[in-house]
Design a protein around this ligand. Structure first.
Ligand code: PEP
Length: 251
């Protein structure tokens, strides 16, 4: 039985005050009981503050990106061990915004996933197709190549064993367009089969999150699908009530 996970990706939003209010509201809501695993991924500069605000709760902390390097002369970068050092359990990698705005390709994302795993973090590997790729009937091919960058190496496979996959169709991220539960389920089943073809035990066990305009009013129907094990939530993770409704839908 896979335990659902809901991860909130704050992206480049927030402030010290906003973080304080958001975490206080989420913690109050958790008193009513949430049985899914939950993680909050704020911008780097707020990790320590948010980690402190989460102390004593079951809510985990995560980063939104990390360097593929261990340490050294990489101005502006953050090393995997640094995320672990400030209390992160998870790190989002290969988000479509990193792939499209910062030119992160499958090989670089795979290096980051392996480096994160080596530092004891649980990578959340994001995969997903653009609208053009879907319309050209290339969805499965694109997602397969994003997965294969990890599945085809021993270190990649080992890193996925502690990780999570997030299927996020790019056309659904921040657009208000959500994949239908069946569209999402079809891709989740495809991803699970592809992982299982390399490692049957991992295929059965790995959590596959859906991301792309998940809101309080559509989470339950998505999470009810057999291969959807929770969500990676952008915009709605910045609103206490929406985020709590989504967490409660992932039981
Ligand atoms: C995301 O950033 O991963 C995401 C899914 O964003 P949104 O929920 O806003 O579509």
């Amino acid at each position: 039985m896979r335990k659902p996970l809901v991860a909130g990706n704050w992206k480049m939003n927030g402030s010290r005050d906003a973080a304080q209010d958001l975490i206080a509201g989420i913690r109050r809501g958790f008193e009513a009981g949430v049985s899914a695993d939950v993680a909050i991924c704020p911008p780097f500069v707020y990790l320590t503050q948010v980690g402190g605000l989460l102390d004593g709760s079951d809510i985990a902390l995560g980063g939104q990106n990390v360097s593929q390097h261990e340490s050294g002369a990489y101005t502006g970068e953050v090393a995997p061990a640094m995320l672990a050092d400030v209390g992160c359990e998870y790190v989002i990698l290969g988000h479509s915004e990193r792939r499209s705005y910062y030119g992160e390709d499958d090989a670089l994302v795979a290096d980051k996933v392996v480096a994160a795993h080596a530092a004891g973090l649980k990578p959340i590997l994001c995969v997903g197709e653009t609208l053009d790729q879907r319309e050209a009937d290339r969805t499965e091919a694109v997602v397969a190549s994003q997965l294969d960058a990890l599945l085809n190496s021993a270190e990649g496979l080992a890193a996925l064993k502690t990780g999570v996959i997030a299927y996020e169709p790019v056309w659904a991220i921040g657009t208000g367009k959500t994949a239908s539960p069946q569209q999402a389920q079809d891709m989740h089943a495809f991803i699970r089969q592809r992982v299982a073809a390399k490692d049957a035990e991992l295929g059965a066990k790995i959590r596959i999150l859906y991301g792309g305009s998940v809101k309080g009013n559509n989470a339950a129907e998505l999470f009810a699908m057999a291969d959807i094990d929770g969500g990676l939530i952008g915009g709605a993770s910045l609103q206490v009530d929406e985020f709590l409704t989504i967490c409660q839908a992932a039981q």
